[in-house]
Design a protein around this ligand. Sequence first.
Ligand SMILES: [Ca+2]
Length: 195
Amino acid sequence: MSARVASRLVTALSVCAVVGCSAPAGKYFARRGADLADCVEASAGLGLGAYARVKATDYAVIGCGAALCGPLVGWRGRYVPPISEGVYGFPFGRNAEVEASFSAAFPPDYIVDTRGPCFTSRKYFRKPGPGGRIAEQFWFGVSLAALFHARLGFNPAELADFVVGWFGWDMWGDDDWPSEPKETPKEPPKGETKT
Ligand SMILES: [Ca+2]
C-alpha cells in the first residue's frame, strides 16, 4: 500500500469516526451490520409446480408459471424471510407473489402484484420499516421452482444505505428498526413517594 493510499484511508476513517460515529461504538457497528444484512436475500426449499421470475426493481418484473413453495429457509436481513410463498406469472401480463413468514399461511405478510412488467403494487399485512417500503422496490433477483425452489436477490438501495450509514446518514431511517418496546415507569407502592 502506497503512502498516498494509506493517507487517504486514514483520512476517510477519521472523517467516518468524527461524522458518523456519534453513537456508542458497539451500537454504531451493529447498525452498519444490520444495514449490510439488508442488502441480500437467499431462500430455498420445496417448490410444488414450475415457475421462473426475473426482477430488476419493481419496474421490470417478468414471471412465468405457478408454484406453491415451502417450507423455506433463508435470509433477508431485517426483512423477514418467508417460510412459504405462492407465486404465479404470465410473461408481460401479470406476476404475483404471496408470502407468509410464520406457520399460519394466512394472513400472509404481503402480496406483490405486478401488472404488465412494470406496474407493481404491494399490499402489506405486516409492514416493514418506514424506509424499507421505499427500498424494497429496488430488489434485483431471480426465483425458480421445479420441485426445488430457490430465490436470490440483491438490493442496491439498501447497499447505498449501508455505505452512507458510515458517514452518519441513515438514508432509510432503519437504524433503530425494529424499534425496541418502551419501558413503562413503575408506579411506586401506595404509601411511598417518588424521590
Ligand atoms: Ca440505515
